[in-house]
Design a binder for this molecule. Structure first.
Ligand code: FES
Length: 120
């Protein structure tokens, strides 16, 4: 089971905006790419960096901590950790790439609604 929950209004988001919203006690990253809105986990699956404090380029969000990148439209990993040094290599060995969870979004007039599983 899941429910649709209002997380904001469309006039709060310019194109390219991203914001953290808390739904059922969980941090959700809400972004606007063009005229579309996407919702995903806000915490990076590497070591918990807040993606909402990172950078958004098109549909790609970059984690502010170690540079992993995710596609906000499907949660897939674009790049796992940034760099080629020893620490990055060790980091990749100990924690393999994991996508972020994404959640359905719909608009009801100017209300942005996110579908969140009831178990969250
Ligand atoms: S916490 Fe996000 S890349 Fe390390």
């Amino acid at each position: 089971m899941s429910s649709w929950i209002e997380v904001g209004k469309t006039d709060e988001f310019v194109k390219g905006a991203m914001k953290e919203v808390v739904v059922k006690g969980q941090e959700i990253l809400l972004v606007r790419v063009g005229d579309n809105y996407y919702a995903s986990d806000n915490r990076c699956p590497h070591m918990g960096g807040k993606l909402s404090l990172g950078r958004l380029d098109g549909a790609i969000v970059t984690c502010p901590r170690h540079g992993s990148q995710f596609d906000v439209t499907d949660g897939n990993v674009v790049q796992w950790l940034k760099g080629t040094g020893l620490l990055t290599t060790l980091g990749k060995m100990f924690k393999s790439p994991r996508p972020i969870s994404t959640y359905p979004v719909k608009l009801e007039d100017d209300r942005i609604m996110v579908q969140i599983p009831d178990s969250m």
